[in-house]
Design a protein around this ligand. Structure first.
Ligand SMILES: O=C(O)CCC(=O)C(=O)O
Length: 265
């Protein structure tokens, strides 16, 4: 296990996030960046711009669960440099929940309004974290991550609209702390941290992989995430592994990987 220092754990507990520089080498970051752009090329045009900022005319390329698209990511997801710090935060038992790649294109890369990830997949013990791996530099002009340090201590805050953004009055993106990063850096954060990111106005893309991990013994409070992703009626099905009602059509159970081994509940 790649353990965190006491100072790093204290920083995370105080602020709700931890920025680890140089988690990947520049060469590794460049290779993963190329993989992400190859996936984007293969899958064709997508746009995951949030409803509340759609009028801005920006776009963002996205793909869910890239470990089904490239073995490079299957390996990366179990890399101790990733799982070790996750264990330092969550505890010894960590589990992949899902992951998603983002490419914010040059000049018009969509912003993410300030939000908590909590409303998307609420869990009883709030063990869920996100790890944002940076595959190219993300200075402020590329729309780097911004956050309200310590906001995870508020617990779930009121969420608005179909994209569950936080109050723009209480948590404007302009007052949030920018967390610029370099290629190879990783930012670990609680799913209760109020965060977002700005528009990419630079002339280069911003390429990231966001990995969501949790304690497998934590209890999801609803199936919204599963339903939203697959259109599959998870409420009436349960995987035989019994861990969760997370049978995702086409890809199998995210908990035990069984395909089609589901039963009505
Ligand atoms: O990578 C970013 O800019 C933020 C992504 C994010 O907040 C999310 O996907 O929930």
């Amino acid at each position: 296990m790649t353990s965190l220092s006491t100072e790093q754990i204290e920083f995370y507990q105080q602020n709700g996030y931890l920025h680890i520089t140089g988690l990947l080498t520049p060469e590794e970051a460049a290779a993963y960046r190329a993989e992400i752009h190859a996936i984007a090329e293969r899958q064709g045009e997508t746009d995951a711009t949030w409803e509340s900022v759609k009028a801005g005319g920006t776009s963002i390329t996205h793909c869910h669960d890239v470990h089904f698209r490239s073995a490079a990511f299957t390996r990366l997801l179990t890399d101790p440099r990733l799982t070790g710090p996750a264990q330092g935060i969550i505890g010894p038992n960590v589990q992949l929940h899902h992951n998603k790649m983002f490419i914010k294109p040059p000049e018009k890369g969509s912003p993410f309004p300030m939000h908590q990830d909590y409303p998307y997949f609420p869990h009883r013990d709030h063990s869920m974290i996100a790890i944002i791996l940076h595959f190219d530099d993300a200075p402020e002009e590329k729309g780097c991550l911004r956050a309200y340090p310590g906001s995870h201590k508020l617990g779930p805050v009121e969420a608005y609209g179909s994209d569950h953004h936080a109050s723009e009055k209480l948590y404007p993106i302009t007052r949030a702390t920018p967390i610029p990063a370099k290629a190879g850096d990783a930012i670990f954060m609680s799913y209760l941290l109020i965060h977002g990111s700005g528009t990419n106005v630079s002339n280069e893309p911003r390429t990231t992989l966001l990995v969501q991990m949790r304690d497998p013994l934590d209890v999801p409070l609803n199936d919204r995430h599963c339903l939203a992703r697959s259109g599959h009626d998870a409420r009436r099905r349960r995987c035989r592994c019994q861990a969760l009602r997370l049978c995702v059509g086409g890809t199998g159970c995210l908990t035990c990987s069984a395909r089609g081994r589901t039963a009505p509940v």
